[in-house]
Design a protein around this ligand. Structure first.
Ligand code: GDP
Length: 365
């Protein structure tokens, strides 16, 4: 499963947010393939389309799709030099697909800030610098190796060195590797370096519990937004403390609490949706009377690969898929009506699955 890692300086609210995530917790019986680890929280991805499909099909069971948040505590200044447990945490970041960077935008005299005062942009830069320094080390090592290999007269290494030098230049100027424009071919050359600053990032601006409704006028949040805009990153204002309280409520109580706070949706839901889109993910659906279910794929996945998310046998024995788009199905009102309208397509192994496709696979066992 795809994972987003939660990082940030100490005392910014990471554990509080992570606890809210595990509290809100997914029905783990539905996700046997997810990691069992105290540092991993499985969340269900909220999707209105799944509710609509459930109304239409009235199945025995509805299962949302899920993904994982990993709590990566302990990243501090000096981590890239291996201070404390620093290096271990950097290694954990290497394994995630995207980064959720929590920044402190709340004031509280009782909670120490590692640098003495609340300054979200400086906090972001502190963490980013550690990631950049770690990447510089990886890039330097690789340049040495590629140069040695180049002596054999191999052109591929010359191109690799050229790409690496561009990355190095950016990193030296405190720019993340993701800010360097690379062709797909160039990306492939350096993919196995797993650069930390190449991963997509979003900022979770942790505001105080009494500031959730007007988070956007919070000057700290504005500073984070300005910073994030320059690197095309998303910002989700959230109050970790409030989310921890919301996560303990259900149904009507939850709706009432949200209304009291002046929120339409919990911050956690907004964060989950933002992380999902940051990861470049699509959702397709299966809609049978037994079960209506959402499944996650990466953009660009073909039909057999999408079938493989359900079961590897579905991929191996893939014959065809019956596909109708979510919009067409809802507009038609039933699977049969969609069929009569000619909107149920038969697609083969080269079909690229679209977000919102409702699919039925035919396969050999
Ligand atoms: P971490 O070190 O980043 O994991 O931070 P924690 O989640 O442990 O939070 C550090 C302290 O800040 C705890 O005492 C939290 O209760 C408190 N805290 C977290 N979020 C908020 C918030 O939105 N408002 C206030 N006042 N305190 C918060």
């Amino acid at each position: 499963a795809l994972k987003a890692g939660i990082v940030g300086l100490p005392n910014v609210g990471k554990s509080t947010l992570f606890n809210a995530i595990t509290q809100a917790g997914a029905e783990s019986a539905n996700y046997p393939f997810c990691t069992i680890d105290p540092n991993v929280g499985v969340v269900e991805v909220p999707d209105e389309r799944l509710d609509k499909l459930t109304e239409l099909v009235v199945p025995n069971k509805t299962v949302p799709t899920a993904f994982e948040f990993v709590d990566i505590a302990g990243l501090v200044r000096g981590a890239s030099k291996g201070e404390g447990l620093g290096n271990k945490f950097l290694a954990h970041i290497r394994e995630v697909d995207a980064i959720v960077h929590v920044v402190r935008c709340f004031e509280d005299e009782n909670i120490t800030h590692v640098d003495g005062k609340v300054n979200p942009v400086s906090d972001i830069q502190t963490i980013n610098l550690e990631l950049i320094l770690a990447d510089l080390e990886s890039v330097d090592k690789r340049i040495d190796r590629a140069k040695k290999n180049m002596k054999g007269g191999n052109k591929q290494y010359a191109q690799e060195v050229e790409v690496l030098e561009r990355l190095k230049e950016a990193l030296y100027n405190d720019q993340a590797a993701r800010s360097v424009e690379l062709s797909d071919e160039e990306k492939l050359l350096i993919r196995d370096l797993h650069l930390l600053t190449m991963k997509p990032v979003l900022y979770a601006a942790n505001v105080s519990e009494d500031g959730v409704a007007d988070a956007d006028t919070n000057p700290y949040v504005q500073q984070v937004r300005e910073f994030a805009a320059a690197e095309n990153a998303a910002v989700v204002p959230i109050s970790a403390k409030v989310e921890a309280e919301i996560a303990e409520l259900e149904g009507e109580d939850k709706a009432m609490f949200l209304e009291e706070l002046g929120l339409e949706e919990s911050g956690l839901n907004r964060l989950i949706k933002a992380a999902y889109s940051l990861l470049g993910l699509y959702t397709y659906f299966t809609a049978g009377v037994q079960e209506v279910r959402a499944w996650t794929i990466r953009k660009g996945t073909k039909a057999p690969g999408a079938a493989g998310v359900i079961h590897s046998d579905f991929e191996r024995g893939f014959i065809r898929a019956e596909v109708v788009s979510y919009e067409d199905l809802i507009a038609a009102g039933s699977m049969n009506a969609a069929k009569e309208r000619g909107q149920l397509r038969l697609e083969g192994k080269d079909y690229v699955v679209q977000d919102g496709d409702v699919m039925h696979f035919r396969f050999n066992v």
